[in-house]
Design a protein around this ligand. Structure first.
Ligand code: FAD
Ligand code: NAP
Length: 345
């Protein structure tokens, strides 16, 4: 039976390793537990998965549902693909490994992203040229106010770059209980075009890569570039890569000829790497007390141990102001901020 534990520290539940308390926390391991937990909460509700995309600034005036709903199943579809369903509390990388073990392709480029399956649609997780929406079928979510179950198909989710309807209209209103993916047999052509994947496979002498090989390459590359949250607190990329009008990029290129840019869905805008901007503004490796900008990837803010959420948020604001001054570009946090000055809870 699931129950509320009052005044629980959230330190074990966020990858920044910030030590704040929630009003109460409950471990949700089955959908049937949710209505009673919701009915007995005496304040605002929040949902937490792996806590890998969250910055906790102060004690949280909320009742936190920790999603641990398990289970993975697969069924063949008439079109030859496979429909895989995973509980919202399943660890994302465990799902990726499960699908690869079952001979299914589609999730390999998204290997080693921390967090849970239920959180993956929230920001339409993406890496190495693939986004969740590329293999997403539908999801089930419970409305925390009405207790009703809803199904969201791909076209209902308004997926965008690190964005979806769940970050906007439905923010903090739902608990995603199960996500369904349409995956291919592993003979499906893999995507090795992005970044160092092709080079890594080449180094290993793999000329005809399968999905498993791509996953192994992604795991290897990520492990060399990104801080392991078990060792150094972080939430991955702290900021989104901004998109700017083509004219602004051309004007900036006059002053910064090396400024990279990548296409977006709009022919009028380009995406510029926030990590490059932060590094050029001189922040890579800078430390403010126990908070810092990761020396190997300037897009990642880290907690070297004992930093408060407000300290990290203060550093983030300094970085944002500095990038704005240098390039006239406003960075937007990708990480969800809970608590702290001016925040909702
Ligand atoms: P949490 O941090 O627990 O929650 C994030 C938000 O989603 C919160 O607002 C929460 O309320 C809400 N939420 C969580 N679960 C549910 C649910 N079941 N129903 C409704 N709302 C929910 N992200 C990428 O996109 N690509 C990457 O390559 C990537 N790499 C990363 C690398 C590192 C080292 C780290 C630390 C993070 C990285 N991230 C990346 C960010 C993060 O892993 C993803 O955003 C992930 O999907 C967050 O999952 P979570 O379960 O930890 O979510
Ligand atoms: P990288 O390969 O060094 O590239 C730097 C940035 O340039 C990336 O953010 C990426 O944007 C963009 N980019 C590079 N090549 C691109 C291409 N061919 N087409 C379009 N955009 C391109 O990045 P990295 O830091 O090592 O990360 C590798 C991948 O893992 C990226 O996809 C990144 O998003 C993902 N990642 C995400 C997080 C997170 O918390 N969100 C953390 C770590 C890594 P995109 O980010 O849009 O791909």
């Amino acid at each position: 039976m699931a129950y509320w534990q009052p005044y629980t520290t959230l330190r074990p539940y966020n990858t920044f390793g910030i030590d704040v308390q929630a009003q109460a926390l409950a471990q949700v391991t089955a959908v049937e537990q949710i209505p009673r937990l919701v009915a007995t909460a005496a304040g605002p509700l929040r949902v937490l998965g792996g806590g890998s995309n969250i910055l906790l600034c102060t004690d949280i005036d909320a009742w936190v549902l920790h999603n641990r709903i398990p289970g993975i199943t697969a069924e063949p579809l008439p079109n030859g693909n496979t429909l895989v369903a995973a509980g919202g509390g399943v660890v994302w990388h465990e799902l990726v490994q499960w699908t690869l073990g079952a001979g299914l392709a589609g999730l390999e480029n998204l290997s080693l992203i921390p967090g849970t399956v239920g959180a993956a649609p929230i920001q339409n997780i993406g890496a190495y040229g693939v986004e969740l929406q590329d293999v997403f079928s539908h999801l089930e979510a419970i409305d925390l106010a009405s207790g009703k179950m809803h199904v969201f198909r791909r076209e209902d989710c308004a997926f965008g770059y690190r964005d979806s309807i769940f970050k906007r209209e439905f923010r903090d209103r739902l608990l995603i209980t199960r996500v369904y993916f349409q995956l291919h047999s592993s003979l499906f052509e893999v995507n090795t075009a992005y970044g160092a994947i092709a080079q890594q496979l080449n180094d290993w002498g793999i000329t005809h890569p399968q999905a498993r090989d791509v996953s192994r390459a992604v795991v290897y590359i990520r492990s060399t570039k990104l801080p392991d949250p078990a060792k150094v607190g972080n939430a991955g990329s702290f900021f989104k890569n901004p998109t700017i009008p083509n004219e602004q990029w051309l004007a900036l290129r006059e002053r910064f000829p090396q400024l990279p840019a990548y296409p977006t869905d709009s022919p009028e805008r380009v995406k510029v790497p926030a990590g490059w901007l932060i590094e050029q503004a001189g922040w890579k490796g800078i430390r403010r007390g126990n908070a810092g900008v990761y020396p190997l990837q300037a897009l990642v803010l880290v907690n070297y141990g004992g930093a408060t959420g407000d300290e990290i948020w203060h550093l983030a604001q300094e970085v944002m102001a500095s990038v704005n001054q240098a390039f006239g570009i406003t960075l937007e946090p990708e990480v969800n901020i809970w608590g702290g000055k001016g925040k909702k809870i």
